[in-house]
Design a protein around this ligand. Structure first.
Ligand SMILES: [Cu+2]
Length: 313
């Protein structure tokens, strides 16, 4: 929940938070007030004084059973109502609700039909970053991708933003490449689990701004670094971003062809510990010789790791 919601989902969650906070405050005041009243009104004044002894008062027992029951039942009803209202989860009469079937194309289609969207972005949770793919801008050889992990951690320690246009309905189609992660940008809406071999969906239509989130399910050693940053920008700025990304990728593809390197061998090296140097390789921007000098690896090995990193990009 967020005190400064940027989408309707986030506002709905905030209303629930406000209601429960007010209720909790009333309970606090009532209980503390009674406690103080009883302590001051009935404390022992004389050494031989004995208070009235009460055993099994039906009135008292019923009161402190029924009131908490009503409070908890009421909270349950409004919580379920709130969950139903959230677009990410759909409603009981909406087919979007709980679409979780494993790689189920039919389920995926019902999602497409149920919710008209302006932009769909594929998000893959990886140990330990979020990888963004703009499906609508995919061509045979070229997709527009970005990730929350910075290519050059020294220059940009918090990684790249997920860029989306303002005032547009954006759907995130999410799954995981490895373990369970959780997508959560409080100002944009509720948390949602991101599971391997499964798809989770989130919709939002946000006003311009920068919003921050954090993977909310412990996913391994570097979980704390799995930050998500979303920047909602005017359409023109978004178009320019996509254009820039495409140009970047085209030059990446050209560089890859000149370099050689085997993604399979690279994957092995990565698993054996080359991931520790992957950031320096990224920072070298495709320059094998420079990356070899910085990392102390053989140029051929660097080329293999680069090929692997590009294959998962
Ligand atoms: Cu995570």
């Amino acid at each position: 929940m967020s005190l400064n919601p940027a989408t309707s989902d986030a506002s709905i969650i905030q209303s629930l938070f406000n209601a429960t906070t007010i209720l909790a405050a009333l309970v606090f005041i009532l209980v503390e007030g009674l406690l103080l009243y009883v302590a001051l009104r009935y404390f022992r004044r004389k050494a031989d004084e004995m208070p009235v002894q009460v055993h099994g008062s039906n009135k008292a027992e019923l009161t402190w059973t029924i009131i908490p029951f009503l409070i908890v039942a009421g909270l349950g009803i409004v919580s379920v109502g709130t969950m139903d209202q959230l677009t990410a989860r759909g409603t009981s009469t909406n087919p979007v609700a709980h679409v979780h079937a494993l790689n189920d194309e039919l389920a995926r289609k019902s999602v497409e039909e149920a919710k008209k969207t302006d932009l769909v972005i594929d998000i893959k949770g990886r140990q330990w970053f979020w990888q963004y793919t703009y499906q609508q801008y995919l061509t045979k050889t070229l997709g527009v991708r970005a990730s929350s992990q910075s290519e050059n951690p020294a220059a940009n320690p918090q990684g790249e933003f997920l860029i989306v246009p303002e005032g547009k309905t954006v759907r995130l189609d999410m799954d995981s490449a490895d373990v369970i992660h959780a997508w959560w940008v409080p100002q944009l809406g509720g948390m949602i689990y991101v599971n391997p071999g499964d798809r989770s969906y989130v919709w939002f239509n946000a006003k311009a701004g920068e919003y921050y989130g954090q993977c909310n399910f412990y996913c391994g050693t570097n979980h704390a670094q799995m930050i998500s940053r979303v920047r909602v920008v005017p359409q023109a700025e978004f178009d320019a971003y996509i254009k820039g990304k495409r140009a970047e990728q085209q030059s990446d593809i050209a560089a890859r062809e000149n370099r050689g390197g085997d993604a399979k061998i690279g994957e092995q090296l990565y698993a054996e510990g080359a991931y520790r140097v992957a950031a320096s390789i990224g920072a070298a921007k495709g320059d094998v010789a420079a990356a070899a000098t910085v990392t102390g690896m053989e140029p051929q090995a660097v080329a293999h790791v680069m090929a692997y990193l590009e294959s998962i990009k």
